[in-house]
Design a protein around this ligand. Structure first.
Ligand SMILES: [Zn+2]
Ligand SMILES: [Zn+2]
Length: 171
């Protein structure tokens, strides 16, 4: 059974009940049904450049008690997106199987290398060929951060599907 309330939008760790968490002040991060929650200030920080917020701050909140959240918790953790994909994927024998496997296994490590993931020379060559422009070295860092976020989301999708391989369709 799930022992957390919701997942952090950045590191995907579960945020427990009656626990402090942070939300973003920007309205697009607080849309009903797809609002983002963060387990820590660093996790909130790292979404700011990715979302290209110009002016944003974090607001500390406190998650509800398990009782207050109640039966809702089970509905939410069932992840409607996984249901939709399962229904469209004939290769899956049983949606419930995959969900049980995928949902309980998601543990994203925070102890990961934060290195540059793009080949700077090739990227610069592309930008130059395309536009004649130069590319600042700091671009590699922000692109690497974006790639990590894209990969994190893909990992969650692959695991929801009960796979141990991240595939093109997870992106
Ligand atoms: Zn986090
Ligand atoms: Zn935000």
């Amino acid at each position: 059974m799930e022992t957390f309330w919701r997942r952090c939008a950045t590191c995907k760790r579960g945020i427990g009940f009656e626990t402090p968490y942070w939300i973003c002040s920007v309205s697009t991060c607080n849309r009903k049904g797809s609002s983002l929650v963060f387990c820590s200030m660093p996790c909130w920080d790292s979404h700011v450049p990715l979302m290209r917020h110009r002016e944003a701050w974090a607001e500390e909140q406190r998650s509800p008690t398990r009782e207050a959240w109640g039966a809702d918790a089970e509905i939410r953790t069932a992840q409607p997106a996984a249901h939709a994909r399962a229904a469209n994927d004939p290769s899956r024998e049983s949606a419930d199987d995959g969900e049980a496997r995928g949902e309980t296994e998601i543990v994203l490590s925070t102890d990961v290398p934060r290195e540059i993931l793009v080949i700077a020379s090739k990227l610069k060559k592309y930008v130059r060929a395309r536009s004649g422009m130069n590319t600042s070295d700091s671009v590699m860092e922000i692109l690497s951060a974006r790639l990590r976020t894209l990969c994190d989301d893909a990992i969650v999708r692959a695991r929801e599907d009960g796979r141990r391989t991240v595939m093109d369709r997870d992106f």
